[in-house]
Design a protein around this ligand. Structure first.
Ligand SMILES: [Zn+2]
Length: 260
């Protein structure tokens, strides 16, 4: 008989059989069907070829993983890997702005996806995510995902995208980019996603250039540019010199929006 793995599910808090829960869902590893991809240990900088994506068998029960977190995962998958291409609003050379409005996406599910990836990484004891620790925000994340609090000032999400088909688009990592300001960068499936844990910590340059493009209830913006790809590990706001046309379009739009 298969040995049972009973423990406390970190989401529902019940004693249950725990399953192999992926920290970043398998579908966001672009080559997951071929069962190889590159994963980076952000602590050591080492690369490794993985077969199934990092999972933790001590954090979640099947019901929570499949039914609750699974719904967040599906909404993110639907938008980021499928429907996004129907929503190009502006194009200049290879720069594209995608824009979905509230009827096109479920804000709560979509936002919860990013919160859940950080939360999973934070509660996990696996080596790959050992430098991800939300501290007091771990409980806030859980409460938001369980719909117990309505909190819009934490977990501000900004989404950048690389053009399709670039060779490093299958790199998957999650790292802390500013130790002091607790900002996380999630790279997966050709996306580069910044999550600012607290809106107070968003640098002024980000607010100036990208303030209108943070995920909010009414709008989901995704900025695509080959330049983001080149700047992979540098500050996003260095982009301003070379994507001027896109940025000026964004700024005009942002002037109209005038808020995060
Ligand atoms: Zn559970």
């Amino acid at each position: 008989m298969k040995k049972q793995n009973i423990g406390t599910c970190k989401f529902c808090g019940q004693e249950k059989e725990l399953i192999r829960a992926h920290i970043i869902p398998r579908h966001f590893y672009l080559n997951y069907e071929n069962e190889t991809f590159a994963a980076i240990n952000t602590k050591t900088g080492n690369w490794k070829q993985c077969k199934t994506g990092t999972y933790d068998k001590n954090i979640l029960c099947a019901e929570c993983d499949n039914n609750i977190l699974g719904e967040f995962d599906y909404e993110a998958y639907r938008i980021l890997l499928k429907d996004i291409y129907n929503f190009a609003e502006y194009k200049y050379n290879q720069n594209i702005l995608y824009h979905l409005t509230e009827k096109d996406f479920d804000y709560t599910l979509f936002r919860n996806f990013f919160i859940s990836v950080l939360w999973r990484a934070s509660i996990s004891k696996t080596e790959e995510f050992s430098n991800i620790n939300l501290g007091p925000y771990e409980d806030i994340a859980l409460n938001i995902m369980q719909n117990k609090i309505d909190n819009d000032t934490n977990f501000k999400v900004l989404i950048f995208k690389y053009p399709k088909g670039l060779e490093n688009n299958d790199i998957v990592y999650l790292s802390k980019i500013k130790a002091k300001h607790a900002t996380y960068c999630l790279s997966m499936a050709g996306y580069f996603i910044l999550v600012f844990i607290n809106e107070k910590n968003i640098p002024l340059d980000y607010i100036k250039y990208y303030g209108g493009f943070f995920l909010n209830k009414e709008n989901l913006y995704i900025l695509e540019s080959p330049y983001f790809y080149k700047k992979h590990f540098q500050h996003i706001y260095d982009l301003k010199d070379s994507s001027k046309k896109l940025i000026s379009y964004l700024q005009k739009k942002y002037d109209k929006l005038g808020h995060i």
